[in-house]
Design a protein around this ligand. Structure first.
Ligand code: A3P
Length: 304
């Protein structure tokens, strides 16, 4: 009897052990498969980007790329160019309709070479690509650089409102922003690479601060660079529509995920946030300021 009970208990323990081992094996396999699928999906996206962006995309001399590191005034420039190149009516459902996000459309296979061909001239694209990855023209590039501290703070708010980041500013700044572990990598490298080309004839290198402090004269620079023909009588309307207040009023036409995030219960009206320059530094501690300035000095970005 005792031998039988002992035998039963050993068998029971063995079954438990076998079940646990199989469960662990399945768990590990799922993890590996998911990782593998993620890697394959990334490779497919890069594949699509290379195919469409470098092989199928045929540049036109009047194509314009608005290039920025995120949170540097990209959407604002999209609106400015939309106003300057059309009658600028607000019947559009979203600014991406008239100024597609080149990298995203290609990476996610939303547009192919044929779609790009069908866009009317002048084609205006938004991009966050670093200089080495931007498709080569003949075309024009408008780069906007913004004070890095303001970018860090704006990006921190964006990560909180759009990307589920739950940490505080110090954590975001030290662990992510300064390490370049954010979407589109290091601000320092992005700006430094593009800055080397600020004098290239096909590049108009602007500062977000110029737009804030002198929108009108910066718009004239853009008109001249893009060779647009804009009647003077339209200027008051253009200036009004490119103002922070106007764009804030139409925010859903600029923040393309606002509808989706609203459904998911996230906060809306946080994409077009404050539109001020210089307030970023209020967030910085002395140590963070030193860390930041060291990097700026190293890459000679003092005039950004
Ligand atoms: P803040 O978060 O500092 O307010 P991007 O379009 O590259 O993501 O940049 C977003 C930043 O540009 C946000 O900065 C946003 O408020 C600001 N912005 C957008 N439209 C603007 C406008 N018309 N005037 C001033 N700033 C604007």
């Amino acid at each position: 009897m005792i031998a039988y009970l002992l035998y039963k208990s050993v068998i029971k323990n063995m079954i438990v052990l076998i079940k646990k081992s199989i469960s662990l094996l399945l768990k590990t396999t799922s993890l590996v498969l998911r990782e593998f699928i993620g890697i394959l999906t990334d490779i497919a996206s890069i594949n699509d980007f290379v195919r469409t962006g470098y092989l199928d995309y045929i540049p036109r001399p009047d194509d314009i790329f608005i290039v920025t590191y995120p949170r540097s005034g990209t959407t604002w420039m999209q609106m400015i160019l939309y106003q300057l190149s059309t009658d600028g009516n607000m019947d559009i459902s979203h600014i991406s309709e008239v100024c597609p996000w080149f990298d995203r459309m290609l990476l996610f296979n939303i547009m192919n070479g044929k779609d790009l061909e069908q866009l009317p001239s002048p084609r205006i694209f938004k991009s966050h690509l670093p200089y080495k990855w931007i498709p080569r023209g003949p075309c024009k590039y408008i780069y906007i650089a913004r004070d890095g501290k303001d970018v860090a703070v704006s990006y921190y708010h964006f990560y909180k409102s759009h990307l589920n980041f739950t940490g505080n500013f110090s954590e975001f700044f030290e662990k992510y922003f300064m390490q370049g572990k954010v979407q589109y990598g290091s601000w320092f490298k992005h700006v430094a690479e593009w800055k080397k080309h600020e004098k290239d004839p096909d590049v108009l290198f602007l500062h977000y601060e110029d737009l804030v402090n002198n929108l009108k004269s910066t718009i004239f620079k853009i008109i001249h660079f893009c060779e647009f023909d804009v009647p003077n009588e339209r200027m008051p309307e253009i200036l009004e529509r490119c103002s922070f207040t106007f764009m804030k009023k139409y925010e859903n036409k600029f923040d393309h995920i606002s509808a989706v995030i609203w459904e998911k219960g996230y906060k809306q009206n946080s994409f077009i946030r404050k539109g001020k320059s210089g307030s970023g530094r209020e967030y910085f501690s002395k140590e963070q300021e030193i860390l930041f300035n060291n990097e700026v000095n190293k890459l000679k970005l003092n005039d950004i």
